[in-house]
Design a protein around this ligand. Structure first.
Ligand code: ADP
Ligand code: MG
Length: 361
């Protein structure tokens, strides 16, 4: 694939300024803030690393006198994200899901309310998508991650073993306890396609509760948005091509959408793709093959909350254009933009009927 095609195929959501005449840029580094001590309105930015990415919080305050309280609210929101990391991270040996993987099959295992709440949602999505989105694909996802590292496809034998230990029907949920029962030994739950969105939602809820409803929380491409900044009708979210993401000039943006009290996610970045035997594979796993997706697809979903948009963007990527669009159109509360390209072909764009107007960069 040539570079310009890849550039136009893949979208990355970027938080732009908010229409105040400045050129769009990413948030300033942690600790910096845009406030001045004159009591005027300010848009404050806070950042912290979590869940293998960088989370950005933006808080609009009507007076910079509230900057300290906003900082405390952001700290509380980040603490919530770190709590969730202790549940959902597969890179932490002490996380709840990693410990869960060591539990034997057939016995109810107590789980946290949060794990159960998210699992309940993803199980529903698995049912709706015929298993295209499935958090029990952990064994396959781990195997695929190893293949990406070694740039070698997994053996049939290992694929078969991972497949036997995957499948959303192999989990039983007891909501009362709360507990889950896994049907097979060595099952692994992988919430990589939904946890960042869920964490953004939870962090935004904390900012609201603390009196800062005009806020947004972004875990890279998964963004939860509250009320708009003062005097604005929404947050301007930039959609830009990945290849030029680092340049950060307004020209990089292929467009912007204005949103408030909503969420937006993009799936399908080439950053994490890998070429094995001349075939390009993504980090999203197709449960049918146990390998990364080979279709070149980038999906942006807008919806009521980021757990929904995060998981749906991944689900639509797996389902492909037709089935993915049908899924989105069956849900009145979500919209999507799908970009696809074949090797050496032009990029084609498909939008759900209600996808908002994309303004120029
Ligand atoms: P990003 O990593 O860019 O946020 P996604 O939101 O699409 O992208 O999440 C990809 C992650 O989701 C993978 O790294 C993996 O942990 C997990 N995953 C991969 N394939 C699937 C799938 N078919 N269903 C559910 N989760 C998946
Ligand atoms: Mg996702």
């Amino acid at each position: 694939m040539n570079r310009s095609l890849a550039a136009s195929l893949v979208l990355l959501i970027a938080i732009t300024g908010f229409g105040c005449g400045k050129s769009p840029s990413n948030a300033p580094a942690a600790g910096e803030s845009a406030t001045e001590a004159d009591g005027s309105p300010a848009l404050l930015t806070f950042q912290r690393g979590a869940m293998g990415t960088r989370f950005t919080i933006r808080v609009w305050v009507e007076s910079s006198a509230r900057a300290e309280a906003a900082q405390a609210a952001a700290d509380a929101a980040f603490a919530r994200i770190l709590d969730l990391e202790r549940i959902f991270s597969d890179y932490r040996a002490d996380s709840e899901i990693v410990k869960l993987a060591a539990r034997p099959a057939g016995m109810p295992v107590p789980v946290s309310r949060e794990l159960l709440a998210v699992l309940d949602r993803t199980q529903r999505l698995s049912r709706e998508t015929g298993g295209a989105f499935d958090v029990t694909l952990g064994p396959m996802i781990r195997l695929w991650r190893q293949s990406r590292k070694n740039t070698a496809l997994p053996t049939e034998e290992r694929l078969a073993d991972a497949r036997a230990r995957s499948g959303w029907q192999k989990v039983e949920i007891d909501r009362e306890a709360p507990a889950i029962t896994l049907a097979m030994d060595r099952m692994v739950l992988d919430f990589g396609g939904v946890a960042k969105g869920y964490a953004a939602d939870e962090a935004l809820a904390i900012l609201r509760r603390r009196g800062f409803p005009r806020s947004l929380v972004a875990g890279s491409g998964d963004i939860a948005l509250g009320d708009p900044p003062g005097g604005k009708s929404g947050w301007r979210i930039g959609i830009r091509s990945l290849d030029v993401a680092l340049a950060e000039t307004p020209e990089d943006l292929s467009g912007t959408v204005e949103l408030a009290n909503a969420a937006i996610s993009t799936s399908g970045d080439t950053e994490q793709s890998i070429v094995i035997g001349g075939v390009r594979y993504s980090h999203i796993v197709d449960p049918k093959t146990g390998l990364g997706l080979t279709e070149r697809i980038a999906v942006t979903v807008i919806g009521p909350d980021a757990a929904t948009t995060d998981s749906l963007a991944t689900a639509v990527s797996v389902l492909g254009r037709e089935k993915g669009l049908a899924l989105i159109e069956s849900k009145p509360e979500v919209e999507c933009l799908i970009q696809m390209a074949g090797e050496g072909q032009a990029v084609s764009e498909t939008r759900s009927i209600g996808f908002p107007a994309v303004a120029g960069p």
